[in-house]
Design a protein around this ligand. Structure first.
Ligand code: AMP
Ligand code: ZN
Length: 113
């Protein structure tokens, strides 16, 4: 999608700090980290949000979660971590290209605001 900031990152048109990439998925450092470790894991395919996920995308979502687990292991988040998906306006989603936040490196509070 031409006006999507994450599609531009995936296309290499906007720089990012990549921690993982394969043919379907990319993982990058969040530009404004909310925790010592804050990674965004997203599909290369432009899917706007969780609400736009089709049944045919479900294997891709499973793959993304396997990537999150592997990145968490590589970054030695052995004390635990949190996976967050913000969906839509009330979910606090700012970038309309589905992504999963991997947060760790400190004790995280619950519930979120
Ligand atoms: P969300 O509110 O779930 O849509 O989260 C969007 C996230 O994208 C925020 O945590 C932003 O800090 C992050 N973000 C926005 N622009 C960039 C960028 N160019 N590179 C890396 N992360 C970004
Ligand atoms: Zn996109």
């Amino acid at each position: 999608m031409s006006d999507c900031i994450f599609c531009k990152i995936i296309a290499g048109e906007i720089p990012s700090k990549k921690v993982y990439e394969d043919d379907r998925v990319i993982a990058i450092h969040d530009i404004n980290p909310a925790a010592p470790v804050h990674i965004l894991v997203m599909p290369k395919e432009h899917i706007a949000s969780m609400e736009d996920v089709l049944d045919e995308h479900l294997p891709l979502l499973g793959h993304i979660h396997g990537v999150i687990r592997n990145v968490a292991r590589e970054l030695k988040l052995d004390k635990g971590y949190r996976i967050v998906n913000n969906c839509g306006e009330q979910g606090g989603q700012e970038v309309p290209h589905i992504h999963f936040h991997l947060l760790g490196g400190r004790s995280l509070t619950w519930p979120p605001g």
